[in-house]
Design a protein. Structure first.
Length: 243
């Protein structure tokens, strides 16, 4: 039995029933990350400070491009484009993603998953052949953290959109954190790191590949390569924001 610390409780909040959760809220009240108001992690007024991306751009050159498609000059090879839900540098989104990912406040997944669902509807017309796929974490990192944040986002988002989801990718080895590396090192770091899950079938599917934040798109490109090699018709990247 692990020691019942605040960290432990936050990690396990989703497993705790509502009555217990009510008591927890009394003992550990929530405060808005942005303005400090008591009652929720993000109050209604601060939710409005999140700026949604209305004009998508080519991930390669930054020119305006519908649905965040790669333009004809940049070409995403296996990745059709990257849809970005909101701007990272403005409003409280950076704070939310950080707390969701590193401070184990899993309840934020509902809010962030909704943002991703909205961005999907804004950019794509939903079709029957859609499948939502999270970017995988290495199993060791996943078990240390207790969850894969992209999986939580995908579950919430799929439910809101009534789309199926599946984890069809896995990591073959542990890698350094992409944020700590530079351009060519990032590509080298992720080379052949993603692998298709044996027995899964994505023939003819249009994949929405979900990650929380993208910086250079390397992760999404590498995953898209494996998905396309294994039968995906098209792969769209979808992220909360560009970091
Ligand atoms: Zn607030
Ligand atoms: Zn371009």
């Amino acid at each position: 039995m692990p020691a019942v610390t605040w960290e432990f409780l936050k990690r396990n909040l989703t497993k705790i029933n509502l009555a217990e959760k009510f008591c927890l809220d009394l003992i550990f009240p929530k405060f808005c990350f942005d303005c400090g108001k008591e009652g929720s992690w993000l109050c209604r007024a601060c939710q409005k400070k999140i700026i949604l991306v209305k004009t998508q751009v080519c991930p390669g050159c930054g020119r305006v491009s519908r649905q965040g498609k790669f333009c004809s000059k940049c070409k995403g090879k296996d990745l059709a484009g990257i849809m970005v839900a909101c701007y990272f540098e403005e409003g409280p989104i950076r704070e939310l993603v950080h707390n969701f990912k590193y401070n184990h406040i899993l309840e934020l997944g509902d809010f962030l998953g909704q943002i991703l669902a909205d961005a999907t509807l804004e950019n794509l017309t939903l079709k029957k052949d859609f499948l939502v796929v999270p970017v995988p974490l290495h199993w060791l990192r996943r078990s240390r953290r207790g969850y894969n944040q992209a999986e939580i986002l995908v579950k919430v988002m799929s439910e809101k959109l009534s789309l199926p989801f599946d984890q069809v990718l896995r990591r073959t080895r542990r890698t350094k954190r992409q944020v700590d590396l530079r351009g060519s090192e990032r590509r080298e770091n992720l080379k052949n790191v993603f692998e298709f899950f044996p027995g899964k079938n994505i023939d003819g599917k249009t994949i929405i590949l979900v990650d929380d934040i993208t910086t250079t798109s390397t992760t999404l490109l590498e995953c898209a390569l494996v998905l396309r090699e294994n039968g995906a018709k098209k792969v769209w990247g979808l992220v909360i924001a560009k970091g």
